[in-house]
Design a protein around this ligand. Structure first.
Ligand SMILES: NC(=O)c1ccc[n+]([C@@H]2O[C@H](COP(=O)([O-])OP(=O)(O)OC[C@H]3O[C@@H](n4cnc5c(N)ncnc54)[C@H](OP(=O)(O)O)[C@@H]3O)[C@@H](O)[C@H]2O)c1
Length: 278
């Protein structure tokens, strides 16, 4: 269990290769164009140091521009991007990585992920990621939407153990067994759609916990993810929400409230469902 005392916006998790990753990252799915650019500028200005994007989000150019124009040195910002499904296979994965790097305008990527376990090609893609990692073009490599069977298959072949598995994770989708499995292998869970894409923010039992803690429902969901040992990626392109979502370090959810939140679990997915991926 993570030590919750003294957590701050600067807090990091240590990945299995020693690289440190900020616990709070800004999600960017559906953030586009100028709105995305100004959201990233705002987020970095107020203290976010971790940005999650993907080739599929079609916003790498804006994100790269915002990073290059901010006052923070490049090495202070942790950038994740992902290999899209149509780019799987050894050669294609390498080319897709270079294309992401070019769009971002960066010299290296902090974390490169396989976005989805595309059958038959995913092991070839992983081999490409391992080489990119060994060449120093990305500081860490990982996967996303991998269920236990996908990880078992990968770990039998892999020379490099993925540092994270990015999956949908919230009190409404508490994947405890998958998390236990990953933690035993030293793979951190990154929680995506932690705000249930906004769908459950007015759920009365959640509103009750929020009221009791004098926090917003979004803050409770993000804090729950932190207290359940994940790296959490709430998305917002709205400046007020971006600010609100980082105000999660000045309170702690009690054990009783954490247990109540755990019990919200109902296998609710807001995105795609990798449990059916062969
Ligand atoms: N690997 C994958 O397959 C995968 C899949 C999905 C997502 N992700 C990553 O995870 C990130 C987060 O997931 P997500 O984008 O699906 O959903 P999310 O973070 O659960 O929810 C985002 C939604 O909540 C709203 N919101 C944010 N803060 C709020 C607040 N304080 N109060 C009220 N509403 C708020 C946002 O609107 P505003 O923008 O207007 O604030 C947006 O509509 C993505 O952006 C992406 O980086 C990865």
């Amino acid at each position: 269990m993570r030590e919750m005392k003294d957590l701050s916006l600067q807090s990091t998790a240590e990945l299995n290769n020693g690289v440190k990753i900020p616990l709070l990252g800004l999600g960017t799915y559906l953030a586009a164009g100028d709105r995305c650019y100004t959201a990233i500028r705002h987020a970095i200005k107020i203290g976010y140091r971790h940005i999650d994007t993907a080739a599929m989000y079609e916003n790498e150019v804006e994100i790269g521009k915002a990073i290059s124009q901010c006052d923070e040195p490049r090495e202070e910002i942790f950038v994740t991007t992902k290999l899209w499904n149509s780019d799987h296979g050894y050669e294609k994965a390498k080319a897709a990585f270079e294309a992401s790097l070019e769009r971002l305008g960066l010299e290296y990527i902090d974390l490169y992920l396989i976005h989805w376990p595309v059958q038959e090609l995913r092991l070839d893609s992983w081999r490409a990621l391992e080489e990119l990692y060994k060449e120093g073009k990305c500081k860490a490599i990982g996967v996303s939407n991998y269920m236990e069977r996908h990880l078992e298959e990968l770990l039998k072949e892999a020379k490099v153990v993925p540092v994270v598995n990015q999956v949908e994770f919230s009190p409404y989708l508490y994947l405890k067994e998958l998390q236990d499995y990953c933690m035993a292998k030293k793979i951190w869970i990154q929680a995506y759609s932690p705000l249930t894409k906004g769908r459950m923010l007015n759920d009365p039992p959640l509103m009750e916990v929020a009221k009791k803690n004098q926090k917003s429902t979004a803050q409770i969901l993000i804090r729950w993810c932190l207290q359940r040992d994940t790296i959490v990626l709430p998305k917002s392109a709205n400046h007020n929400n971006i600010s609100e979502n980082m105000e999660i370090y000045n309170f702690e959810i009690s054990n009783d409230d954490m247990k109540s939140l755990d019990a919200f679990h109902r296998n609710m997915r807001t995105t795609w469902d990798p449990s059916t991926a062969p």
